[in-house]
Write a protein that binds this ligand. Structure first.
Ligand code: 6R9
Length: 652
């Protein structure tokens, strides 16, 4: 990385101290870092004590067959019991587990832990009745309705690993996942509400069943009441099977390494990777981090994670972490703009949400709409804000803290992955000062480093590859059915050192704090200088007229790669004026340096994003290099590329 780019990042010198109130009562204090590092096994054993074990483990970690880990060897537990029953047994059955908010106004349900226990027990009985046995895989293809949580916990209760497929995925994507993990049962619904209208789900399951014959039964929740095709031999209504089942169900204790779920995530090749998580270590990792990073006070906090259940964030920080901790949380079915743009802030006001966890892409879209919208609501209940999914640019961080958090709230920028299962690098809200744009340092118990291609730790002020240097409880155990790909993808680059290669580029600043710069394939090389796409995007977004920016490196005869930027202007900036492109090019030059000045800037109405909000730079690179645009099937909105191409051909 060039000195120029580094010094630009280091110019970000705003700092936010932890509020005294949060610091004083913080769940984890400074000393935890030292304690965890001095005896790692003892630290994780201490964290494991937050769960109820039917049988205690005799060994914390078995790493003899690395990289195949076994955590809490010999221990037995039931994840569903830990998320539900034990809270009821402890006298907290009347506590609300989920304030569920449907997208149609006034369509809400409050579900207590006692009710959740009954629902999960019934669903577990119903699944058993449908022929699901311990070890069988069950796919879940549902909108954000309570039955999605119930279904996951019911699977966990009977030891049937679930694979949740995001409701926005196509029939093809669903079929390939069903096939890959040989799912015997699919749990779906007629449809769900999105942007004010019912959208169908079951037809995709019907179509997927024409492409694979692994599915024996489809359990269908009635959510919207829309018409569905029905196959009597396969389809079963949830309200028939579950509502009539017994609410008595004794959870069996499973081995700590019993598979809990498979979550598919995209890799560098076309075939998605089925990331396998197991029971004991995963639950220890998610409950510990949910408690430590969000400083959870289960008695008083109202927590809300806006992620969809179809992503790992929904698994770790909507289902397993919060419920294992006995938290009260909000779950929202719809989009942020239904029926109008203030919906999220309305929910925070209505439920007095205290901890809010969302993604930078959402924050930037709210910035674009302007602060007038959130300013209409009372969000003084908020005390901690979280960010996840991609690097948060300093402008978005400061806006989030200032406009949403009223300048009271620490922002925890949490770095982790589907593969890590839990948050790995993040500030602790009562300990770490906030540095906009930096995820700071690994949380207590976790070891990470930034290293060169050859595996040497980089000095402060330099960049390289992010690696995790010690195993952790919620690490992926393998890629479903493909141990070789697991070893190749994550453990071969630094095989000698035994490190996990995260696939992200990062830098250490002069304090040794970490800045995750994005996937290594998002790193450009311009005239021999390594430039981060994120960093240039961040510079663009710091311009008052810019709402969002995506940067790619396009092949260039002279410089190897050249910087090409796609920019969405803020609404109040109108068309930006005649010289907007030159103005922005010069702005980047001023912020970062001449080397980063974009060769080309296109003003566009939208950016191509996956359904989890990640910008698909691959497609933008196609445009920048004047190629036919590649596969758009994983885009949230596949028409976006047409809008961008129109712009390009009109010289926009
Ligand atoms: C949880 C989740 C993982 C990739 C990861 C990185 C990016 C996530 C980030 C971040 C910078 C953060 N990422 N959090 N980059 N700062 N706080 O998002 O999992 O969907 O598997 O994505 O997301 O590139 O490698 P997943």
């Amino acid at each position: 990385m060039s000195d120029e780019t580094l010094s630009n990042l280091l110019k970000e010198d705003r700092r936010f101290e932890p509020p005294a109130e949060i610091a004083e009562h913080a769940n984890l204090k400074e000393e935890a870092y030292e304690r965890a590092a001095s005896d790692r096994d003892a630290f994780w054993a201490e964290q494991a004590e937050r769960l109820d074990w039917a049988e205690k483990w005799d060994r914390v970690l078995d790493w003899d067959d690395a990289p195949f880990a076994k955590w809490f060897v010999g221990g037995k537990l039931n994840a569903s019991y830990n998320c539900v029953d034990r809270h009821v047994e402890a006298g907290r059955g009347d506590k609300v587990a989920i304030h569920w908010v449907g997208e149609p106004l006034d369509d809400t349900r409050d579900i207590t832990y006692a009710q959740l226990k009954d629902e999960v027990s019934k669903a577990a009985n119903a699944l058993t009745e449908l022929g699901v046995q311990t070890g069988d895989r069950v796919a879940i293809y549902l909108p954000m309705i309570p039955e999605a949580v119930v279904a996951m916990l019911a699977c966990a209760r009977i030891g049937a690993p679930h694979t949740v497929v995001f409701g926005g995925f196509s029939a093809d994507a669903l079929a390939s996942r069903l096939d890959d993990c040989q799912a015997k049962v699919v749990i779906t619904s007629d449809g769900g509400y999105r942007r004010g209208a019912p959208s169908a789900l079951k037809p995709a399951v019907d179509e997927a069943r024409t492409k694979t014959d692994v599915v024996e039964k489809v359990l269908v929740v009635r959510r919207t009441g829309q018409d569905v095709d029905w196959d009597d031999a396969v389809d079963v209504w949830w309200h028939d099977a579950v509502d009539n089942a017994s609410a008595e169900h004794t959870p069996e204790a499973f081995d700590a390494e019993h598979p809990l779920y498979v979550m598919y995530t995209s890799g560098t090749t076309g075939k998605p990777k089925g990331i396998l998580h197991t029971t004991g270590g995963y639950l220890v990792g998610t409950s510990y981090t949910h408690w430590a990073v969000f400083d959870l006070k289960p008695e008083t906090d109202v927590y809300w994670c806006s992620a969809d259940i179809g992503w790992v964030t929904g698994h770790s920080y909507m289902v397993y972490g919060p419920l294992a901790n006995g938290a009260t949380q909000v779950m929202y079915e719809g989009t942020p703009d239904a029926p109008e743009r203030g919906r999220w802030w309305q929910i925070i006001q209505d439920y007095k949400v205290t901890i809010f966890y969302t993604a930078p892409t959402a924050i930037r879209s709210f910035m674009k709409q302007g602060r007038e919208i959130p300013d209409r609501f009372d969000m003084s209940s908020l005390r901690i804000l979280g960010s996840v999914g991609e690097p948060i640019n300093p402008e978005a961080y400061v806006w989030y803290r200032h406009v949403i958090g009223g300048d009271r709230t620490p922002v925890v920028d949490t770095w982790w992955q589907t593969e890590t299962g839990m948050i790995m690098i993040s500030p602790l809200p009562g300990v770490t000062h906030g540095k906009p744009g930096s995820a700071m340092i690994p949380i207590p118990g976790i070891s990470a480093d930034v290293v060169t291609e050859e595996g040497t730790s980089v000095p402060h002020g330099s960049g390289g590859y992010l690696v995790l240097t010690e195993p952790w409880p919620s690490m992926l155990r393998t890629i479903w059915g493909d141990d070789e790909r697991f070893k190749d993808t994550y453990w071969s680059k630094y095989a000698k050192e035994g490190w996990y290669f995260a696939g992200d580029g990062a830098k250490k600043d002069s304090d040794g704090d970490l800045w995750v710069l994005g996937r290594v394939d998002d790193v450009m090389n311009v005239s021999g200088h390594r430039l981060s796409t994120t960093e240039i995007e961040s510079a663009l977004v710091s311009h008052p007229k810019v709402a969002e920016a995506a940067v790619v490196g396009a092949k260039d005869e002279d410089t190897g790669q050249a910087v090409c930027a796609f920019v969405i202007l803020r609404e109040e900036a109108g068309d930006g004026g005649e010289d907007i492109v030159e103005e922005l090019r010069n702005h980047v030059r001023k912020e970062i340096g001449a080397i980063a000045k974009p060769r080309q800037i296109m003003i566009v109405p939208e950016l191509p994003k996956t359904r989890s909000g990640k910008i698909m730079r691959r497609l933008l690179r196609d445009v920048a290099e004047h190629r036919e645009v590649g596969d758009v099937t994983t885009l949230a909105d596949s028409t976006v590329m047409d809008l961008i191409k129109d712009k390009e051909s009109s010289g926009g």
